[in-house]
Design a protein. Structure first.
Length: 466
């Protein structure tokens, strides 16, 4: 069962089923005008429980091919444009962040967001939030706020002051949660992270020491960023963006510019996965501005890869190569002892995998990039730490796709079977979407024996609850 259905999801399902609005309305048992309303309002409307159940049923009855098309469409069209059935161009959704997100103090925002997240189920939470904010509605207020002076909010005096030992324990907990997410992905521990985040906001209300407040606020930023990543990786795009914004705000309040830049880069990556390269590029440049020269080379290298990713999407291969080269140079200059712990995931394997992934996207438009994509992804697989299951699964699916583009169907399927062994061990929504894309790409070769066998093995993953 899908946890929440928006108008955009309904339209994606109808298109995956390849039927008209009239036929879809008859199939579901609703008026055609309702189907049109969902198409017009997209992510800004959430279905009630009865209609959501009807959509769950329709999705359950769909073929694996239709489900794969739905998963791919759901990933690319979430919250970005009004899904119109007219022949004219689509128009951007006009959405703004909730009032007070830039003016209220970060503790109050954290309280409101975590309490709502903990007290309601995902269907209700999605209904309570708008979709992912894009364009000027995101960039203008964010840039104005980043230019304002740093500062922490006033708090009332309290007799229940916490000690340094509690703060150190929370710092350790933040590291443990981040490490778990880096290893496995998915949202299995998301609620635990949100609960810990809520606890930190309570402690901030009881802390008067400036030094401890700064450390606690930094923990809040780190937990918020982990919650954002986990929310995104479990398909909750709008919730993820709110946690990213909270992470940026808390990092700035803690005077931690490098981590604020890191959180901005996470927002940029989310938008890149949603096809908003121009918006993502603006966020990356804001991150590079606030990171400054004192930022560790590994952080600068990571930001360079985000910039290169945007150029790849924008069809600028020369800029992509230039920026990617800069990332490799920056990472080569890094000293692990100088890096903050939270950038530890960005190593040679991550850089190679990210570069290969972008070349693979370019290969989908121009097959000549498939060979270099496979080369970089192969390096990433060889260098990956054995506990990095989500990244390994994405790498393995990526190299299989590259070989498929090169026309090596048998080798692609062999690599694909290796990937599925890893996929079985992770609950990542990003991995599932990637697998759905692979299922679609193999459809043209479904009558080839090795491909048919591979598709048979993929099918249970595609048919799993969304």
């Amino acid at each position: 069962m899908q946890e929440a259905w928006t108008g955009a999801d309904v339209t994606a399902l109808r298109k995956a089923l390849d039927i008209s609005q009239k036929e879809f309305a008859r199939k579901i048992g609703i008026h055609e005008s309702t189907v049109k309303k969902y198409a017009a309002r997209g992510e800004t409307i959430t279905l009630d429980a009865e209609l959501a159940e009807a959509m769950d049923t329709a999705l359950a009855l769909a073929t694996p091919e239709q489900r794969a098309r739905y998963l791919a469409a759901r990933q690319t069209c979430v919250s970005i444009v009004l899904l119109s059935d007219s022949d004219g161009p689509t128009e951007p959704v006009t959405q703004q962040l909730e009032p007070g997100v830039w003016t209220a103090d970060c503790t109050a925002i954290a309280h409101a967001l975590t309490r709502k997240d903990l007290m309601v189920d995902r269907r209700q939470a999605t209904r309570a939030l708008l979709g992912v904010i894009v364009g000027a509605n995101l960039l203008e207020p964010l840039e104005r706020w980043l230019g304002a002076p740093d500062g922490q909010c006033e708090i009332a005096a309290s007799a229940a002051e916490i000690g340094i030992q509690e703060v150190e324990q929370l710092e350790t907990a933040a590291r443990v949660f981040r490490e778990w997410d880096d290893q496995y992905g998915g949202g299995l521990r998301r609620k635990a992270v949100v609960g810990q985040l809520d606890e930190v906001t309570d402690l901030l209300d009881r802390t008067n020491s400036p030094g401890l407040r700064r450390r606690l606020t930094a923990v809040l930023a780190q937990l918020a960023e982990t919650a954002a990543t986990m929310s995104w990786d479990s398909g909750q795009q709008a919730v993820a963006q709110r946690y990213y914004i909270l992470a940026v705000r808390a990092a700035k309040a803690a005077s931690d510019a490098p981590f604020a830049a890191h959180a901005l880069s996470g927002m940029a990556r989310q938008l890149l996965c949603l096809g908003r390269a121009h918006d993502a590029l603006e966020l990356v440049r804001l991150a590079q501005d606030i990171a400054a020269e004192e930022t560790a080379p590994a952080v600068r290298a990571m930001l360079d890869t985000r910039e290169a990713w945007a150029y790849a999407q924008l069809g600028r291969p020369t800029a992509f190569r230039r920026t990617s080269d800069r990332a490799f140079e920056a990472l080569a200059a890094t000293k692990p002892s100088e890096n903050p712990y939270w950038i530890g995931y960005f190593d040679a394997a991550e850089l190679a995998g990210t570069t290969g992934g972008r070349l693979l996207e370019m290969a989908q438009r121009n097959p000549e990039y498939a060979a270099p994509a496979a080369e970089y992804i192969g390096q990433a697989i060889a260098l990956r730490r054995p506990d990095r299951l989500r990244s390994t699964a994405l790498d393995q699916l990526g190299i299989a796709e590259a070989r498929l583009i090169e026309g090596e169907a048998e080798e692609a399927c062999r690599l694909g079977h290796e990937a599925l062994t890893t996929v079985e061990r992770t609950a990542s929504d990003r991995v599932r979407v990637k697998l759905g894309e692979m299922y679609q790409r193999t459809s043209a070769l479904a009558d080839v024996a090795v491909v048919a066998e591979f598709r048979d093995r993929m099918r249970p993953f595609i048919a799993a609850p969304v």
